[in-house]
Design a protein around this ligand. Sequence first.
Ligand SMILES: NC(=O)C1=CN([C@@H]2O[C@H](COP(=O)(O)OP(=O)(O)OC[C@H]3O[C@@H](n4cnc5c(N)ncnc54)[C@H](OP(=O)(O)O)[C@@H]3O)[C@@H](O)[C@H]2O)C=CC1
Ligand SMILES: CC(=O)N[C@@H](CCC(=O)OP(=O)(O)O)C(=O)O
Length: 345
Amino acid sequence: MIKVGLVGATGYAGQQLLWILNMHKETEIKFISSNSYEGKEISEVYGNYKKYFDKKLISQEEAGTKLDEIDVLFMALPHGMSEKLAGQALKSGVKVIDLGADFRLDDSETYEKWYKVKHENPEINKQAVYGLPELYREKIKESSIVAAPGCYPTSAILAAAPLLKKNLVKTENIIVDSKSGVSGAGRGLKTESLFTEVNENFKAYNLFMHRHTPEIEQEMGKAAGKEAGVIFTPHLLPINRGILSTLYLDMTEEITEEEIYKIYEEFYKDDYFVRISRELPEIKNIKNTNICEIGIRADIKKKKIIVVSVIDNLIKGAGGQAVQAMNIMFGLPETEGLDYLSMYV
Ligand SMILES: NC(=O)C1=CN([C@@H]2O[C@H](COP(=O)(O)OP(=O)(O)OC[C@H]3O[C@@H](n4cnc5c(N)ncnc54)[C@H](OP(=O)(O)O)[C@@H]3O)[C@@H](O)[C@H]2O)C=CC1
Ligand SMILES: CC(=O)N[C@@H](CCC(=O)OP(=O)(O)O)C(=O)O
């Protein structure tokens, strides 16, 4: 059994991860932590856990004293809070999987610029592997610390990678137009997340300044082997979970839609969690699953390719992807604990 600890278990990402870990056949949950519910049972915070799983929430400080009990530490904290405990865990020989943004950017200066937080120990960031299994499976296998990708970046990078790797699209101005459900904003109280603000509404936010921009640019640039410029426009959808991203790409040479489909099918042929679809993807087809579904349309005359991708932000965009990485790190089948019952309506 893999012994796991989870800090930030009471956030939206953490509670989803905990549910998956509890269903996983090869994991034993040793501790879970919270900032404001210390001493409470998880089922007192999330009623869906009643009768399925219970454990008392401990503080983050106490979690730090229990590292000798675990093989892997999952962290689902607000950004800027993972470095110290991650460092302690690594020193104790514990593997780390961080769901936040603290170790996703290769360059500490870029991280500081976008997140306004300084890496106190940049060596930890240097060790971290970007935890997108479809692109970095071999590196994840060997790593001690994995930075699980952001939810929006997961949908965008998987949608563009096959074209970027073959240099079939220009990289200067890739448009990523994304829509997310409200759970992407976390469980903390904010006026913008109130029912009355979100319900029957639809809006764009953080144009040209969303923190996921450098992450998408970094990974698209690596896939293309040259710098990538991304125009990322996120929107808030009045639904609980799910992301739909539409990418607008300029062809570098004439290529048909059928040829592009063949490239995607070949690229992802060994990736259980990526589904290439002839129909345009819809959120309801992947909700509650670890699947990223991708659909493509191309117009040779306009020299444009439009790629649409959908994920469940809390699963492929967070807890599911983190467990996929854990399975790889510990030599388990990648799908272990991640075969979901998808509910269409
Ligand atoms: N929501 C999503 O779709 C995704 C989230 N992520 C990332 O996962 C991490 C957690 O996100 P999410 O679950 O949405 O966030 P939430 O706000 O819902 O949860 C934050 C978690 O961190 C705990 N925490 C510990 N210290 C603090 C503190 N000082 N202030 C506030 N919270 C604290 C909270 O404890 P308590 O409950 O006791 O307050 C809670 O368990 C973030 O880094 C986020 O960017 C990544 C991908 C997708
Ligand atoms: C809808 C919504 O508010 N989404 C969040 C996504 C942030 C998130 O989850 O952050 P990481 O994936 O980087 O951890 C936002 O736009 O800030």
